[in-house]
Write a protein that binds this ligand. Structure first.
Ligand SMILES: Nc1ncnc2c1ncn2[C@@H]1O[C@H](COP(=O)(O)OP(=O)(O)OP(=O)(O)O)[C@@H](O)[C@H]1O
Ligand SMILES: [Mg+2]
Length: 491
C-alpha cells in the first residue's frame, strides 16, 4: 500500500508524488547547484510527510528549525548538547520523536563530529526501536566528502563512516537517508550510490552532470537538460518517484527557511497543552549572525531529554522571546511567586494546582523552560507566604539563614518553622494555632499543634511558655525567640 507525498506538479500539470513507503526502502538523493531549490524541496518533503513518519534532520545551517513551529520537531542545538547527543538520538529513536539537529554555531570539525555521533547513535539503537524514520541530510557533501575537505582527518572519517552506514546499512534498521548536495562530484561515491531515487535540479558543471547521468543511467546528452532547469524544477527518477525521468516543479512550502512568521496549522497528533506550552516558550537564540533572522534556540539537553521521554511534542508557534539574563529571569520568577503568594486563598489550594497556574504565568512571560518544578515552587511559595506574614523588620541575611535551617527540616515542617522563625525575627509574638493551621491550608488547630510537637521533638524549636495566648517559642538555630504575646504585653 502506497502512501503518497505530494511534492508538486509534473510538467503536464498532474500532481507529482513520492511514495513514502517506497522512499523509506529506497532512499533519495537530491542534487542541484546553489539556489536550485534543494532545501526548499527537502522542506516540502518534510512538511508533506510530517506526522506520518519520524523525521530526523541534520541541519548544518539551522535552516529547518522552523519546522518545530509548525510540526513539533524538537530542535537540538548541537553546540549546546554536545555531550548528550548520543543519548538524545537513542531516545528520539525509542520515542519516535522528530528532531532537527541544528549544527549551526559549530566549526566544520564540530559539525562533522556532532553529526557522526548523532547518526551513529540513531544507527546503533536497540533492535526494538528500529522504527522507520527519514534521515534528511542537507549539504551532504559536508558530511560525506569525496575528497579531503577543510575538516581534520579524524572528523571527516567519522562522519563519512556514519553517512556510509546510514545510506548502506540504515535501511534494515528503519533509517531512510534523504540527502541533498550542491555538487555530486563532491559527494562520496559510495554514499551517493546507495540512493535509488534521484531528484536532479539545475546543474552547471560538466563533472556533476556526468555523475548525475551515470547515477540515473542516462545519456550524457540527456543530462544536458539539467542545465536549463529553473529554480524549483527537478528531474525525478526512481522507484518512489517514476520509472522514467519525470520533470517536477516543486510546490510551495508552509514554513519559512527562517525569518518569516509561520502560521498555525493543526496536526493530526497534538500532544497535551503542557508540551505545547513548553515548546511555545522554548528558549530563543541570541542575535544571529548579521542579516539572518533569529532562529529559535534549542533547550538544554536535559529539557530535551525530558521532553522526548514524555513523548512526541505538539506543534507550536513561537514568538521570539527576549533573552533574559539569569538574574532578570530569577527576578521575574520571584515576582510571579510574590504575586501568587499574595492571594490569601493560595494556602488552601493543592500545590499541583498552584503550580499549574504558576507555569501558565511563567509561559506568558516566556519563562516556561526555566520554571521551577512543583516541589521547588511549593517551597518558594511557602517561603514567600511566611515572609508576607511578617513583612517588615527582618534582616535579609537572618531570613536567609532561617530558610537555610528550614530546608534541612522534614519538608512538611518547613512552613511552620519559617512562619514562627519569621515572627521571631520580626520581633512578633508566636502565631496562634489557628493562624498556623491556616498557613498550612488547614482549619484544624490540632494540625498546628502536631507540627509544633514534631518540631519540638527534633529540637528545631523549644517551647518556653505555653500558657494560652502567650506561647513563646525559641529557635535555637536562629538564636531567637518569639516575642511575648501582645495580650500580655498590653495587660
Ligand atoms: N519550488 C520553489 N518555489 C518557490 N520558491 C522556491 C522554490 N524552490 C526554491 N525556491 C526559493 O529559491 C531560493 C533558493 O532555494 P533553496 O534555498 O532551496 O536553494 P538550495 O538549492 O538549497 O541552495 P543552497 O545549495 O545554496 O542551499 C529560496 O529563497 C527558495 O525559497
Ligand atoms: Mg540549501
Amino acid at each position: 500500500m502506497g502512501a503518497d507525498i505530494d511534492i508538486g506538479a509534473t510538467a503536464a500539470g498532474a500532481p507529482a508524488t513520492l511514495d513514502l513507503e517506497e522512499l523509506l526502502a529506497t532512499r533519495l538523493l537530491v542534487q542541484g547547484n546553489s539556489g536550485s531549490g534543494k532545501s526548499h524541496l527537502l522542506r516540502r518533503l518534510l512538511e508533506q510527510s510530517a506526522g506520518r513518519v519520524q523525521q530526523i534532520v541534520i541541519d548544518p545551517e539551522g535552516d529547518y528549525v522552523s519546522l518545530a513551529a509548525r510540526y513539533g520537531h524538537i530542535v537540538l542545538d548541537a553546540a549546546e548538547c554536545a555531550h548528550e547527543l548520543a543519548t538524545i538520538a537513542a531516545r528520539a529513536r525509542q520515542h519516535r520523536v522528530s528532531v532537527v539537529l541544528n549544527l549551526e554555531g559549530l566549526d566544520v570539525d564540530g559539525q562533522l563530529r556532532a553529526a557522526s555521533v548523532f547518526l551513529n547513535a540513531l544507527f546503533e539503537c536497540e533492535r526494538d526501536y528500529w522504527f522507520p524514520a527519514l534521515v534528511v541530510v542537507d549539504e551532504a557533501q559536508l558530511f560525506a566528502p569525496a575528497a579531503a575537505a577543510d575538516a581534520s582527518d579524524d572528523a571527516r572519517r567519522a562522519s563519512l563512516a556514519a553517512m556510509t552506514n546510514l545510506m548502506c546499512r540504515g535501511r534494515k534498521r528503519g533509517l531512510a537517508g534523504v540527502i541533498a548536495t550542491q555538487r555530486l562530484a563532491k559527494l562520496a561515491k559510495n554514499v551517493a550510490a546507495e540512493a535509488s531515487n534521484f531528484l536532479m535540479g539545475r546543474t552547471f558543471l560538466d563533472i556533476d552532470m556526468a555523475r548525475a547521468a551515470d547515477l540515473l543511467g542516462m545519456e550524457r546528452r540527456q543530462a544536458e537538460a539539467f542545465r536549463d532547469l529553473q529554480r524549483g524544477a527537478f528531474i525525478g527518477l526512481g522507484p518512489a518517484i517514476a520509472r522514467r525521468p519525470l520533470r517536477i516543479a516543486v510546490g510551495a512550502v508552509e514554513t519559512a527557511d527562517r525569518g518569516a512568521a509561520p502560521r498555525l496549522m493543526p496536526l493530526p497528533e497534538a500532544a497535551g497543552p503542557e508540551d505545547l506550552q513548553d515548546l511555545l516558550f522554548a528558549r530563543m537564540e541570541e542575535p544571529a549572525p548579521p542579516r539572518r533572522p533569529r532562529p529559535p534556540r534549542a533547550d538544554s539537553a536535559q529539557t530535551i531529554l525530558e521532553r522526548i521521554d514524555r513523548g512526541a511534542p505538539a506543534p507550536f508557534v513561537a514568538a521570539p522571546a527576549p533573552e533574559l539574563s539569569d538574574e532578570e529571569r530569577e527576578a521575574a520568577i520571584e515576582a510571579i511567586i510574590a504575586q501568587m503568594a499574595a492571594d490569601a486563598g493560595a494556602a488552601f489550594q493543592p500545590a499541583a494546582t498552584l503550580h499549574r497556574d504558576f507555569l501558565v504565568r511563567c509561559r506568558i512571560r516566556r519563562l516556561g523552560p526555566h520554571a521551577p518544578d512543583v516541589a521547588a515552587f511549593a517551597e518558594r511559595m511557602t517561603v514567600e507566604r511566611a515572609r508576607r506574614a511578617y513583612p517588615d523588620g527582618v534582616e535579609a541575611d537572618e531570613w536567609m539563614r532561617a530558610i537555610d535551617v528550614a530546608r534541612r527540616l522534614p519538608r512538611d515542617l518547613l512552613g511552620v518553622y519559617l512562619l514562627i522563625g519569621r515572627a521571631a525575627l520580626a520581633g512578633e509574638p508566636c502565631p496562634m494555632d489557628d493562624e498556623i493551621a491556616r498557613f498550612f491550608g488547614s482549619h484544624s488547630p490540632g494540625r498546628a499543634r502536631r507540627a509544633l510537637g514534631q518540631l519540638e521533638q527534633i529540637e528545631a524549636i523549644v517551647t518556653r511558655s505555653d500558657a494560652p495566648n502567650r506561647r513563646v517559642i525559641a529557635l535555637p538555630d536562629l538564636d531567637r525567640e518569639t516575642a511575648l504575646a501582645r495580650v500580655e504585653a498590653e495587660t
